[in-house]
Write a protein of this length. Structure first.
Length: 490
């Protein structure tokens, strides 16, 4: 809906965009500040010893949990979309999710144990999933489908994500180095609180009634059923993990399987539906190779929080012009490059128009670039502590960024293009599940990475390079078949 269509939405503008974008920009920036500030500390908090302020897990289990948690957050985006559509509406989902994020960081900051870790991460996961989905739905309510400002508005919004991702690890890493992990988690909580205060102060004057309506409310009978299912799942998962029936190191694999089953189920439902046209079914089939390539890509890209966390801690020379960085602070390199190059890529695609690469080629090249980036690790395999120059890791993350810009924003847009008309949200859910699978697999890979064995390390990176390059080449070779299936979509 547009501001003209709904007089309850404020009429003022923010750089030519609806004024509500400023408020949503703010809450998203601080949520990403707090989330990435916490997530980049998480692996270290899990495997550092108690004397160092950590929980003392072995590094393999720690990064497996980090990967599983990344998958969990994207899975919660689906849960949040259901809550938004059926119970609260997008704007209230955004508000309550933001409170959950802040509460989770407070639990991590003040309860130094596995209890605080568990409660904190569940709250943050649920809340971040809610903020991720509902903020964009509320933003979309400010535009008609044909409004030419829509893409620019979402591009400005995307900038807030990367600003938060840039400054969060820098500041929480600094506080961690000055004191301990819990001060870092506390700073993340403060950041989220700042975002919430401004959101609440200007909520009514900037957002109005945008996203306030519940699109498809539950009946009283459905409320009871949903509540029962939520309780059963929560209690069952808690008992299974706390009693040791499910081991912590299994969680990344379990999350991967859940995301895979969800994806296959959703794709099958859409393909078999009587209201899906023949052309739409063709596009679904053509989309499958790109979904597989997305899983493989994100399994490596999300290893910034698993494999690369260990590598930064043990193998990277963190000296930066005479100042030693905290190992989590290298996670700010990727969003720094994104902020610089996202506009360049957008301009390039606009100028190329119909001459730009098609989606399967972009996905294929993204995997190839990311795979080749891993070869930069090889000269330093088995070289010992702080043997890899920071410049080399920066170069690797620069290539990761090029891959991300070729695949991630393209994938977001492609999901809306190939989705059957009746199932646009469902196809976006499938896309999110590929990121969930990739994030979870990154934890599995991290558990198998051994930085202390040069031969094993070399084999590890070469194997991943071969897989990524092969996937990329195969996808480029499938370009003709994919585009025939896509019909009028590139």
């Amino acid at each position: 809906m547009s501001s003209q269509a709904n007089p309850q939405i404020p009429q003022r503008t923010f750089f030519g965009q609806p004024w509500g974008l400023a408020n949503l920009f703010n809450i998203e920036l601080w949520e990403r500040f707090s989330f990435y500030g916490m997530q980049t500390l998480l692996a270290f908090y899990l495997y550092y010893s108690a004397a160092e302020g950590g929980l003392g897990l072995d590094s393999g289990t720690a990064v497996s949990l980090v990967g599983a948690y990344g998958g969990f957050v994207f899975m919660m985006s689906l849960v949040a979309s259901l809550v938004s559509d059926r119970i609260l509406g997008p704007q209230r989902t955004l508000l309550y999710s933001s409170f959950l994020v802040m509460a989770g960081h407070i639990f991590l900051a003040v309860i130094p144990s596995f209890i605080g870790l568990g409660i904190g991460l569940v709250c943050i996961g649920l809340g971040s999933g809610g903020v991720k989905t509902s903020s964009q739905v509320v933003l979309g309510d400010f535009y008609e489908r044909s409004d030419p400002r829509r893409e620019a508005g979402f591009s400005i919004f995307y900038l807030s994500i990367n600003i938060g991702a840039l400054i969060g690890p820098v500041l929480t890493g600094y506080v961690w180095g000055m004191s301990n992990f819990h001060w870092g988690f506390g700073l993340a909580a403060i950041g989220m609180a700042v975002g919430l205060v401004f959101f609440l102060l200007f909520r009514r004057s900037t957002l109005g009634d945008a996203g306030f309506e519940v699109p498809n409310p539950l009946s009283p009978q459905q409320y009871r059923l949903w509540a029962l299912v939520a309780v059963v799942i929560t209690v069952g998962a808690t008992l299974a993990i706390s009693t040791g029936f499910i081991h912590a190191e299994w969680l990344s694999n379990i999350m991967s399987v859940i995301a895979l089953v969800a994806s296959v189920t959703l794709l099958t439902q859409m393909y078999r539906s009587e209201i899906t046209t023949a052309a739409e079914k063709s596009r679904i089939l053509g989309y499958i190779p790109l979904l597989i390539a997305s899983v493989i890509f994100f399994a490596i890209f999300q290893s910034q929080f698993t494999v690369l966390a260990i590598y930064a801690d043990h193998r990277t020379n963190l000296n930066f012009f005479g100042h030693k960085l905290a190992p989590n602070q290298i996670s700010s390199i990727n969003p720094f490059f994104i902020i610089i190059f996202s506009g360049i890529f957008a301009t390039m695609w606009t100028r190329l128009g119909d001459r730009q690469w098609s989606a399967p080629v972009k996905f294929g090249v993204a995997n190839i670039i990311t795979g080749l980036a891993l070869l930069l690790f090889l000269p330093y395999a088995g070289k010992g502590e702080a043997s890899t120059p920071l410049l080399v890791v920066t170069a690797i993350l620069f290539l990761f960024t090029l891959g991300e810009l070729l695949l991630s924003p393209v994938g977001n847009a492609l999901a809306t293009k190939v989705a059957p008309k009746a199932f646009s949200s469902r196809m976006m859910a499938v896309w999110l599940m590929t990121i969930s699978m990739g994030s979870s697999i990154s934890g599995t890979l991290g558990a198998r990475y051994n930085p202390n064995d040069g031969a094993a390390e070399t084999t590890f990176f070469i194997t991943l390079t071969v897989v990524l390059v092969v996937v990329g080449v195969v996808l480029i070779c499938l370009k003709g078949w994919v585009l025939r299936k896509f019909q009028d979509v590139r």
